[in-house]
Design a protein around this ligand. Structure first.
Ligand code: SD4
Length: 335
């Protein structure tokens, strides 16, 4: 792996100035082709997830998939690893706070029966993905937000936890001195974990969880808990998830559209690329906005694509366990 480089860029989205970021991984294999399998036919089980933290998350997911566990159990267990890692400053415990110092989390989960659950603007709970699953399984609803989501979590037995680590607090206090409440986003901020899995039964599920944009406005919710934007699964066709500037992903219903494009015959990578191009066309004045997508179809073929170089995904199946650099539209202008 290459070292993470701090990279700060300013964009403007609506009334909130945003800074975008990216991460880099070095592919350690000769096969750097996304979406193309060495062998034809269905590959299952398989799990793919966003960014370098996907490696550890996939490991937990794979332990379930290789024992013929369900994709739903796998994606939940996988992203919980990232949520519970206090060193990870973009997801769950240890996530960077909003501009007022509150860590607020967004997460959603969707399974092969098109069941889905989501929590938005949730505070004090280490594993929002498991609360999202409870919303899906134990309520007639899809989405709970804010205080109501917290109350539901506590009633369901989740523990109240202080999610603001010393490291995140220090970073926020430094930001406060200089940034004068303009949201600052470094490359670490765009590290949502999105995970898609196809299990031995041929069923798809997905999960997506994040602390969202660092130093965001209090109450801001991104794409990650929104079914159809940050995540979508249709067991007849495939699944997709997103990372990057959530406002841009919401505007095009990114993940749902990718699944529809696959239904119409596009490969996973073609579908991701088409949505990246659509986002660029709809944001002509945005200079440094990063968005990345992953898609996985019913046959276990996957693809990924991002606006800027630097997006990578983790892959595990029966033959492979590796990081893959996504194809992209643009190189960063680092000047
Ligand atoms: C958001 N999409 O809140 C999330 C942030 C993200 O990788 O993707 N980080 O807009």
């Amino acid at each position: 792996m290459k070292d993470r480089r701090e990279f700060i860029k300013i964009g403007a989205l609506g009334t909130v100035g945003l800074l975008t970021n990216t991460a880099c991984a070095q592919n350690d294999s000769e096969d750097n082709t996304t979406g193309v399998l060495e062998d034809k036919g269905t590959t299952k089980p398989i799990v793919v997830s966003t960014w370098n933290h996907g490696e550890a998350a996939n490991k937990a997911a794979w332990e379930i998939l290789e024992k013929n566990g369900t994709a739903l159990d796998a994606v939940e267990a996988g992203v919980r690893v990232t949520e519970s890692d206090p060193e990870n400053m973009t997801v769950g415990l240890g996530g960077l706070p909003d501009r007022d110092g509150n860590v607020t989390l967004d997460a959603c989960i969707m399974d092969h029966q098109s069941r889905c659950g989501s929590v938005a603007f949730l505070q004090h709970i280490e594993n929002p993905i498991s609360v999202a699953r409870k919303v899906m399984e134990d309520t007639p609803h899809v989405m709970l937000a804010g205080q109501g989501a917290l109350e539901f979590a506590l009633q369901s037995g989740f523990k109240k936890t202080d999610l603001l680590t010393e490291k995140a607090k220090d970073a926020w206090q430094k930001w406060l001195k200089k940034a004068d409440y303009k949201p600052v986003i470094n490359r670490e901020n765009h590290d949502t974990i999105g995970m898609l899995a196809l299990d031995a039964e041929g069923n798809l599920s997905g999960a997506c969880t994040t602390s969202g944009l660092a130093y965001k406005m209090h109450g801001r919710v991104g794409d990650s808990p929104i079914i159809g934007a940050g995540l979508f699964v249709d067991n007849e066709v495939g699944a997709a998830c997103a990372t990057g500037v959530g406002e841009a992903v919401i505007r095009v219903a990114g993940s749902a559209m990718i699944v529809e494009l696959m239904r119409q015959g596009k490969s996973p990578e073609e579908a991701c690329k088409e949505m990246v191009k659509r986002i660029l066309a709809k944001h002509p004045s945005e200079k440094d906005m990063q968005v990345g997508f992953i898609a996985l179809n019913k046959n276990g073929e996957f693809g990924c694509y991002s606006i800027y170089e630097g997006f990578n995904i983790a892959l595990n199946d029966n033959k492979r366990n590796k990081m893959i650099d996504a194809s992209y539209e643009k190189k960063w202008d680092r000047n």
